[in-house]
Design a protein around this ligand. Structure first.
Ligand code: ZN
Length: 130
């Protein structure tokens, strides 16, 4: 399954848990694995707290302090900081599906991580029975 996300900021974390849940429901799979894959080099995916929105704001601010926009990078496109952050977050995550539900922790949400927006982005989701 392929989902389109339109990001609106240069950098932002977007909660996509409901999209993954919808993919699970559509598949009819009650026990298995949901694979979320981001086919981009300047965007990623991560799982973290969705109770306090300040947490993802702080993650982004920490990443920006560690990897500022300009830092003597070589990549001519000028967005090396975006590539680095995307690699750190990762391009995929797996979530166990049990009894038709995503087996996430109480405070966990799945976040699409935009580091070079705004853009139209894709999220690929594969639901595997097993
Ligand atoms: Zn680049």
């Amino acid at each position: 399954m392929e989902y389109l996300i339109k990001t609106t900021e240069t950098q932002e974390f977007i909660d996509i848990t409901h999209i993954v849940r919808e993919a699970v429901n559509k598949s009819g799979v009650t026990d298995g694995i949901a694979i979320v894959f981001i086919p981009h080099t300047t965007a990623g995916v991560t799982i973290n707290e969705n109770a306090d929105p300040d947490v993802v704001t702080d993650i982004l601010s920490g990443l920006n302090k560690a990897f500022p926009e300009k830092n003597g990078y070589l990549h001519i496109e000028g967005n090396s900081h975006s590539h680095i952050k995307a690699s750190l977050m990762g391009s995929s995550c797996n979530i166990i599906i049990e009894n038709g539900e995503l087996k996430l922790g109480t405070w966990q949400g799945i976040y699409f991580c935009e580091f070079d927006g705004p853009r139209n982005r894709n999220v690929f989701i594969k639901i595997v029975r097993g």
